[in-house]
Design a protein around this ligand. Structure first.
Ligand SMILES: *[C@@H]1O[C@H](CO)[C@@H](O)[C@H](O)[C@H]1NC(C)=O
Ligand SMILES: *[C@@H]1O[C@H](CO)[C@@H](O)[C@H](O)[C@H]1NC(C)=O
Ligand SMILES: *[C@@H]1O[C@H](CO)[C@@H](O)[C@H](O)[C@H]1NC(C)=O
Ligand SMILES: *[C@@H]1O[C@H](CO)[C@@H](O)[C@H](O)[C@H]1NC(C)=O
Ligand SMILES: *[C@@H]1O[C@H](CO)[C@@H](O)[C@H](O)[C@H]1NC(C)=O
Ligand SMILES: *[C@@H]1O[C@H](CO)[C@@H](O)[C@H](O)[C@H]1NC(C)=O
Ligand SMILES: *[C@@H]1O[C@H](CO)[C@@H](O)[C@H](O)[C@H]1NC(C)=O
Ligand SMILES: *[C@@H]1O[C@H](CO)[C@@H](O)[C@H](O)[C@H]1NC(C)=O
Length: 763
């Protein structure tokens, strides 16, 4: 570094207003070295840039990767203004550009009060078609930029690393940002986050920003130290000229949750994500009946009956209970399997449905979410097996290559009621066809074709068993509306802990899905006859707070209607909050540091936002050891008006919630979890009034129920919507006394509640 000079110091000016915290600085030297600091302390020092070609590694470390030129450029695009430093490298005859873009986004293109602040994009550009790039393993990168040293610094930092299957749930890790880092790297890597111990965490989030399907995070041991790099996955051996891959770094001085929201907002803008599909998705909005893994009828029928008769019996039983299930989910049990248990033909076998899918759809009238898995090498659709379509066939698995295949497959499925296409085993398909990890574009082509096929047919897609890469790529596929956020359900197990993955799903605008659940503890004589579900209410609550599908999966006769109806209105519309409930920052930091003052257990928060000051919070604590004092700030309720908090257990007992007067959470188990609601304080006739809402629902103030709130000195008016002739009990708390009034929604399904008149008029 001796001969180098400082090219540019790019300084972030915090725009956080009165709560202005630290800002970050990226310092870039013309030598190719860069570092990132916060409040004058270095957080991340660059690691040497390297590049593979001609089956060799060229590195700035030993000078084999030669820096030809460093230039500064600036410009703007639809995201905002940028300043860039570009390093032109040469490795043998190949040229490679490594650039650091410092963006100042245009606040007007972002919704909300806290538009993301400055961020950095690191870009790699292959100026030549480059051969012999393959690394030692698929989990490495073929060129490392950016790279950072994992080392001790004066500021202790912790990390959260998403990784592994089910959208980074299975191998997510937390700890000290010090070597050796226990993270899932390579093919199974995901977004990476580091934070400090400040009251409000200073947070960096790093992830790929493009070519998501071919990008890796690589962890490289280096003596007592280590480096982390981003770049293209190690299996790629030939890179086309002008190929680009990039990595984003987002900083927040507003904590981990807020940092992820900013990070996701930027990526959603970059890929022009249209959120209307997630919002309007039928299966995200209505109650469904599930038959997937863990469900009572997963690969299991009623005694002496086939699946067709079992499904008809389920539908009749549902009808008899009057529970408004609006669709069914069929898991992998209905279609033809081939080699390696992959899908041979995505059609119902006559053993399962002797009269066929369309006949059954005509009979039940219920649309479907239908499961699919990886394609078997003997799939009947492939030309290799006498079918009509081009496929790659590789060992036991196969990959469709043509758009028309997806158009035909999904167009045909519409005729039998398909509404949401559930693509399971995304990780298995990706790892099972070698070409997918050898080519920089093939995997994104696969997902794009699936997405286009669904969009053309008016369908949405659920991703299951995805890696983080699939989900990040789906930012640009708006019909991907829901994603499994934990492992498969099994009664009594702990896959309900989706608070950390829900934070990631919310950031990228895809609804997290908890999977199915039982609503009755004991369901005898089934496939799972020796399993019980001690926590049916917790499962139902978590599903409802997810904003994704709510899918009970009980045996006929074992539906608990009381529990199920707490999630929905009389039409089966899910009464959910405005955003998924997510793990609070201090829960995440406690997972990273045992000695941190965060809760030892699950503490999540969410809210319903009706605009202006009409914000209603929800706090859930479960499986919490000891107690925890929850401030509104830690719950993410900054900017809420003066509010009071009360427990579902006693809506008469209200207390102010402020940072000096936090909410004490204690005695919160899985059976007897703690559920608190937060309402703004209004005054009427000199009395203190809280709108408490529909207390027999998990979300008493849901935008799906409450369509308008108006109050002034003359009255408090709440307009609500629901099913025709639905009866809604709606509560107000006046000076510490909670009272409900009963409201009949009449034929129109609408009513207006007047606090002053203490009544409700429909229409
Ligand atoms: C790489 O591209 C540069 C021009 O950008 C050219 O001079 C050089 O010959 C190319 N190298 C190879 C191996 O194609
Ligand atoms: C790494 O993290 C995983 C997942 O939390 C854990 O099971 C494993 O024990 C950890 N390994 C080490 C060496 O700490
Ligand atoms: C080099 O890579 C290109 C693709 O970028 C490929 O078409 C070509 O066949 C490769 N050449 C060799 C010798 O592998
Ligand atoms: C559902 O129940 C109603 C009566 O509650 C009955 O009229 C209707 O035929 C039933 N439908 C099915 C599919 O069983
Ligand atoms: C299902 O109903 C449609 C529309 O009424 C009809 O055209 C079709 O023949 C029916 N299919 C079967 C298999 O019953
Ligand atoms: C439950 O049954 C399954 C399958 O029959 C068996 O593998 C498992 O060991 C049983 N578990 C218990 C706790 O009995
Ligand atoms: C349904 O669940 C509620 C709430 O947990 C419980 O009180 C009730 O006993 C359950 N009903 C049945 C029939 O199990
Ligand atoms: C509304 O409250 C009344 C009186 O407490 C109760 O009888 C009724 O079941 C409730 N209705 C609903 C839909 O919860």
């Amino acid at each position: 570094m001796a001969a180098s000079f400082l090219l540019a110091i790019l300084i972030l000016v915090s725009a956080a207003g009165s709560t202005k915290g630290d800002s970050f600085i990226i310092t870039v030297y013309s030598s190719g070295h860069y570092f990132i600091s916060v409040g004058g302390n270095v957080w991340l020092n660059s690691a040497p840039t390297f590049f593979r070609a001609n089956n060799k590694v060229y590195s700035t470390d030993d000078g084999s990767l030669k820096l030809l030129e460093t230039t500064g450029t600036s410009g703007s695009d639809f995201i905002g203004k940028w300043q860039a430093t570009n390093f032109l490298y040469q490795a043998d005859t190949y040229r490679f550009l490594a650039s650091i873009y410092f963006y100042t986004p245009d606040p007007s293109i972002f919704s909300g009060n806290n538009p993301p602040e400055q961020f950095v994009i690191f870009k790699q550009t292959y100026l030549n078609a480059t051969n012999g790039t393959m690394a030692n393993t698929n989990d490495d990168v073929i060129a490392g930029f950016p790279g950072f040293v994992v080392e001790n610094t004066p500021v202790p930092r912790g990390f959260l690393s998403y990784g592994g299957g089910q959208f980074g749930y299975q191998e997510k890790t937390f700890g000290d940002f010090l070597p050796p880092l226990n993270i899932s790297d390579g093919i199974t890597s995901g977004p990476f986050c580091i934070f400090d111990r400040n009251k409000t965490a200073n947070t960096f989030i790093l992830s790929p920003a493009s070519s998501f399907m071919s990008a890796n995070l690589m962890y490289q041991k280096n003596g007592p130290l280590a480096n982390i790099y981003w770049g293209t996955m190690g299996g790629v051996n030939n890179v086309p000229a002008n190929f680009e891959t990039s990595t984003i770094l987002v900083f927040s001085n507003q904590g981990i949750n807020k940092g992820f929201v900013s990070w996701g907002e930027i990526l959603q803008k970059m890929y022009r994500r249209d959120d209307s599909f997630v919002k309007s998705d039928f299966t995200n909005n209505y109650l469904g009946y599930y038959t997937d893994n863990g469900a009572y009828y997963y690969y299991y029928t009623e005694p002496q009956k086939n699946y067709e008769d079992t499904i008809i019996d389920i539908v009749t039983a549902i009808n008899d209970t009057g529970i408004p299930f609006r669709y069914l989910q069929f898991d992998s049990w209905w279609y033809y399997k081939g080699a390696g248990n992959g899908v041979k033909t995505w059609e119902a076998t006559p053993q399962v449905f002797p009269n066929g899918m369309q006949w059954l759809y005509n009979k039940t009238g219920l649309p479907l979410t239908a499961h699919n898995r990886y394609w078997a090498s003997d799939t009947t659709y492939a030309k290799q097996n006498g079918g009509q379509y081009s496929f790659i066939v590789d060992k036991t698995k196969a990959l469709p290559l043509e758009q028309i295949f997806w158009d035909d497959l999904l167009g045909n499925a519409r005729k039998w009621g398909l509404m949401t296409y559930e693509q399971d085993w995304l990780q298995g398909e990706f790892g099972g066809v070698a070409a997918l990890t050898e080519d920089v574009h093939l995997a994104e082509t696969w997902l794009n074709q699936m997405g286009r096929g669904a969009a053309k047919n008016g369908l949405t897609i659920q991703y299951c068993m995805s890696l983080c890469r699939h989900a990040l790529h789906a930012i640009s596929i708006p019909v991907v509306t829901q994603i499994r956020a934990s492992q498969d359900y099994h009664p009594g197990q702990d896959q309900w802990r989706i608070g950390v993955t829900s934070m990631l799903a919310y950031a990228i605008g895809i609804a997290p899905f908890k999977d199915n659940f039982w609503t009755t503890t004991i369901q005898p004589h089934g496939k799972h006859s020796n399993r019980t579900e001690p926590y049916p209410e917790l499962n139902a609550l978590v599903a409802t707070l997810s904003t994704g599908p709510v899918g009970p999966s009980d045996m006929i006769g074992k539906f608990n209607k009381t529990i199920i109806m707490r999630s929905v209105n009389s039409d089966g519309l899910i009464l959910k909050p405005s955003r998924p409930a997510t793990a609070i920052d201090n829960m995440i930091r406690r997972l990273a540091w045992d000695d941190f003052e965060g809760p030892d257990g699950e503490v999540w928060s969410t809210y319903s936002d009706f605009g202006g000051d009409n914000k209603y919070g929800i706090v859930l604590a479960a499986d919490l050891q000891g107690s925890y004092n929850m401030t509104p700030c830690m719950a993410g309720f900054q900017g809420f008006p003066k509010s009071m908090v009360f427990s579902t257990k006693d809506p008469n007992k209200v207390q102010l919630l402020t940072d000096p007067q936090p909410l004490l959470l204690s005695g919160c188990t899985m059976v007897d979890f703690c559920l608190y609601y937060v309402s703004p304080v209004t005054t009427y006739g000199g009395q203190q009034v809280l709108i408490q809402g529909e207390l027999d629902k998990w979300v008493p103030m849901s935008p799906q129920r409450v369509v308008d709130i108006n109050f002034d000195s003359s009255d408090i008016i709440v307009r609500i919507a629901g099913g025709a002739n639905e009866i809604v009990n709606f509560s107000f708390n006046t000076d510490g006394v909670s009272k409900s009034l009963q409201c009949d929604l009449g034929d129109s399904g609408f009513a207006t509640i007047s606090y002053k008149a203490w009544g409700c008029t429909y229409g």
